[in-house]
Design a protein around this ligand. Structure first.
Ligand code: FES
Length: 148
């Protein structure tokens, strides 16, 4: 038995006992979603579930019936997607880039819910996204540029 959900606007299936992060990368060809800790701490695997940012390593297939998942591959289809991508590039927000898809999906979810979020809200929203390179300053500058 498999579960049907919507992935970037198209139907997809997943086994109920599988984690979304693994299936995205191994079976569905969406390798933009990264895997780091696999315990919901690093944020590398962030996707949007019905528009809200969630760690896909913690999402089981059985939780996805009929729900809409958006991955980094569909960022530019989101209202804030192009603006966000441009702002992060202009601020050289990332170095190695491993955290970038997760950060971008967190911010895409945040900006669609709270377009006028303040700086403290930006920092709070990104608490679940770990970056080993930047010290977060460039990421926060990019996020603020996208918001402003
Ligand atoms: Fe999902 Fe780290 S891999 S939060």
């Amino acid at each position: 038995m498999s579960v049907t959900f919507i992935l970037n606007g198209l139907p997809a299936t997943i086994a109920p006992e599988a984690t979304l992060a693994t299936v995205l990368r191994d079976d569905l060809g969406r390798t933009g979603t990264k895997i780091g800790c696999e315990i919901g701490r690093c944020g590398a695997c962030m996707v949007l579930l019905d528009g809200q940012a969630v760690n896909s390593c913690l999402l089981m297939g059985w939780q996805l019936q009929g729900r809409a998942v958006t991955t980094i591959e569909a960022l530019e289809t989101l209202p804030v997607g192009s603006l966000l991508a441009r702002a992060m590039a202009e601020e050289n927000a990332f170095q190695c880039g491993y955290c970038a898809p997760g950060v971008m999906m967190t911010l895409a979810g945040l900006f669609s819910a709270r377009p006028d979020v303040d700086d403290a809200g930006l920092r709070e929203a990104l608490e679940g996204n770990i970056c080993r390179c930047t010290g977060y300053h460039s990421i926060l500058r990019g996020a603020a540029r996208a918001r402003d």
